[in-house]
Ligand binder design. Structure first.
Ligand SMILES: Nc1ncnc2c1ncn2[C@@H]1O[C@H](COP(=O)(O)OP(=O)(O)OP(=O)(O)O)[C@@H](O)[C@H]1O
Ligand SMILES: [Mg+2]
Length: 260
């Protein structure tokens, strides 16, 4: 392996990254490094800049200053998008044309497919991804007929279908019931065991807690904390936590917010 393969470089590197949205500074000098094989949780209150940080990393938001590298390549020159699977934060907005579950998940495979043609290996990857999130029995259904949590699982399957080296997920557990969260946690565990690098926005560590190597907490567009995740507690124990919703009892700290 040569360093140019991006095998020795950090998978993600941000240095002093600034980004503005609507002339408002949203990221105000972010440093973040994610090494190969790491699972990093991005935490912080609503509006602290988590989604913007992720959208900046994948090039959906331009940087006002600073440097971003993906697999050792400056983001502006990075072309190998098939190495990255992205699950956007779920919105409540209804989609346009209804597609089937299989169509949505297959779209995640297009970056790997030759000339846009899905072949047997691609169809198998789609089927495996649907099985991983427990949605294989809904493969032919229209996504319109799914619940919010099921829809979220389909979006995760779409990212998994590409068999990416880096998974970036923005609140993958939001709106997903506890049983499905366990299914997704196992799917993610399988990815991590294969050496996949993961950066994910979470409101609480929840069932993913055992998988997380490091927690980065944003506050008002700055990194407030970068270090080991707090063990056996939710995000509530972290500095900078200022959500306004009721705190759950000590014996079930993982449930807060996820079911609200
Ligand atoms: N398109 C936009 N134009 C202007 N301001 C924006 C835009 N998108 C986000 N913002 C602002 O940027 C800030 C950070 O938003 P961002 O979505 O990154 O927060 P977040 O940490 O992901 O929050 P949440 O936990 O609610 O998802 C917020 O103050 C938000 O209002
Ligand atoms: Mg967000």
């Amino acid at each position: 392996m040569t360093p140019e393969d991006g095998m020795t470089e950090p998978v993600i590197s941000l240095r002093s990254v600034r980004a503005d949205l609507g002339s408002r500074p949203v990221l105000r000098g972010i440093d973040l490094t994610v090494e190969r094989g790491e699972v990093v949780a991005l935490l912080g209150a609503n509006g602290s800049g988590k989604s913007t940080a992720i959208r900046t990393i994948i090039g959906q938001v331009p940087t006002a200053a600073g440097e971003i590298e993906l697999f050792g390549t400056p983001r502006g020159r990075f072309r190998d998008w098939a190495r990255i699977g992205y699950v956007p934060q779920r919105t409540t907005a209804a989609g346009g044309v209804p597609a089937t579950v299989t169509e949505i998940v297959s779209s995640g495979r297009l970056s790997r497919a030759r000339f846009g043609m899905l072949r047997r290996a691609d169809h198998e990857a789609v089927r495996r991804a649907l099985e991983m999130v427990g949605m294989a029995d809904r493969a032919k259904d229209s996504v319109d007929a799914l619940s919010g949590g099921q829809h979220q699982r389909v979006l995760i399957a779409r990212a998994l279908a590409a068999e990416p080296e880096l998974l970036i997920m923005d609140e993958p557990m939001a709106g997903v019931d506890l049983a499905s969260q366990e299914v997704l946690a196992r799917a993610l565990e399988e990815q991590v065991a294969r050496g996949v690098t993961v950066l994910l926005v979470l409101h609480e560590l929840g069932p993913l807690e055992p998988l997380i190597d490091r927690a980065v907490v944003l506050r008002d567009g700055c990194v407030l904390h970068d270090g080991p995740p707090p063990r056996a507690v939710g995000q509530h124990a972290l500095p900078g936590h200022d959500h306004v919703h009721p705190h759950s009892p000590e014996h079930e700290p993982m449930r807060t917010g996820l079911l609200s």
